[in-house]
Design a protein around this ligand. Structure first.
Ligand code: FES
Length: 110
């Protein structure tokens, strides 16, 4: 099993357990995180945008050009942003930490 830590829009940290092979978007939605995932993984929206902890970012396979193009359009995207629909959990990603972008970040002026 793979542990995933979500940092919610209000800063609340939640840890969930997911099966390897699960997509991060589905795991986040199952936990009630506010990721719309409007296009259901077709890389035609950026509503599944998450910010990956820097340490974990390097463990992920590199994003495709299509994913990078969508991330360019995502509000508040950072250097370690990814589309959650493109992240497939693996055992070696245990402890993966991602932040859900949201209003709080804007209010804090970061
Ligand atoms: Fe639309 Fe991920 S769900 S890009």
């Amino acid at each position: 099993m793979t542990h995933v830590r979500f940092i919610g829009t209000d800063g609340t940290i939640r840890e969930v357990v997911a099966a390897p092979g699960a997509r991060l978007l589905e795991v986040a939605q199952a936990d009630g995180q506010p990721l719309e995932g409007t296009c259901e993984g077709q890389m035609a929206c950026s509503t599944c945008h998450v910010i990956v902890a820097a340490d974990d970012f390097d463990k992920l396979p590199a994003p495709t050009e299509d994913e990078e193009d969508m991330l360019d359009l995502a509000a508040g995207a950072t250097r370690t942003s990814r589309l959650a629909c493109q992240i497939v959990l693996r055992a070696d990603l245990d402890g993966l930490t991602v932040r859900i972008p949201g209003e709080v970040r804007n209010m804090q002026g970061r």
